[in-house]
Design a protein around this ligand. Structure first.
Ligand SMILES: Nc1ncnc2c1ncn2[C@@H]1O[C@H](COP(=O)(O)OP(=O)(O)OP(=O)(O)O)[C@@H](O)[C@H]1O
Ligand SMILES: [Mg+2]
Length: 230
């Protein structure tokens, strides 16, 4: 049976500037089902990050429709948008963006703190995630005391701590060597399988996009191809 539609994108555009407008996204339409594991690829400047920021409610489209579970997000207040981001979405970026003065555990718990969900049970969940990603013996280390791959794993745990429906990753392995990249991919895949979290992964790396179930190829702000992979 088909999974329910999580995200319905219709004719979504994002134009930057008005004197010399840049059409970063041009009437992009796409449907993402719950539980998908898809990648977004394309050359530099093709609109990948813009696309991810718009569908991740970090940026607003210039026109078009964006529906989560059949609800149009265009009229949502900033408060509603940020609440949805905190509760239903997780974000992983190329640079881990952990807070340097906080430990791994405190960084993972940050979305709980922001969402006012920090309690004994959710703290235990944060600890369990760190153990799960192989950092059980590093929970009190700060980012400066961890390797690039370890920090990226902490960022993954942080993206998952509120049990989001969807995780957006923009070049999650861009700063890692190939072996560490593979470990990060495997971790995302495992979580996808165990917790049915939807993953949208922006990547330059064919080694990574080649392993996802569906590849959306952007070129000049439009979808050039959208294909399932076996
Ligand atoms: N804040 C901005 N103001 C003006 N133009 C922008 C802005 N952000 C992005 N653009 C333009 O929009 C287009 C798409 O940029 P975007 O960052 O989405 O590309 P990308 O596919 O993520 O590229 P990369 O692979 O280099 O990260 C580019 O032409 C870029 O120059
Ligand atoms: Mg980008």
């Amino acid at each position: 049976m088909a999974e329910p539609v999580l995200l319905r994108i219709e004719k979504l555009s994002r134009v930057y500037g008005d004197v010399q407008p840049v059409y970063a996204l041009k009437e992009v339409s796409l449907t993402i089902q719950q539980g998908e594991f898809l990648s977004v690829v394309g050359p530099s400047g093709s609109g990948k990050s813009t696309f991810m920021n718009v569908i991740g409610l970090l940026d607003k489209p210039s026109s078009g429709s964006l529906k989560y579970l059949d609800e149009e997000t265009a009229d949502w207040s900033e408060q509603r948008r940020s609440r949805f981001r905190n509760q239903e979405m997780g974000f992983i970026f190329q640079a881990h963006m952990l807070l340097p003065e906080f430990t791994a555990l405190e960084n993972v718990m940050m979305p709980l703190r922001i969402g006012k969900n920090l309690n004994a049970k959710s703290k235990a969940k944060a600890q369990e995630l760190l153990i799960r990603i192989g950092l059980g013996d590093r929970i009190h280390h700060r980012p400066g005391q961890l390797s690039g791959g370890q920090n990226q794993r902490v960022a993954i745990a942080r993206a998952l701590v509120n049990r989001p429906k969807i995780v957006f990753a923009d070049e999650p392995t861009g700063a890692l060597d190939s072996q560490t990249s593979l470990a990060v991919y495997e971790l995302m895949r495992e979580i996808h399988q165990d917790e049915q979290v939807t993953f949208v992964i922006v990547t330059h790396e064919q080694a990574l996009s080649g392993k996802t179930d569906r590849v959306v190829h952007l070129l000049d702000g439009t979808i050039q191809s959208d294909a399932l992979q076996v």
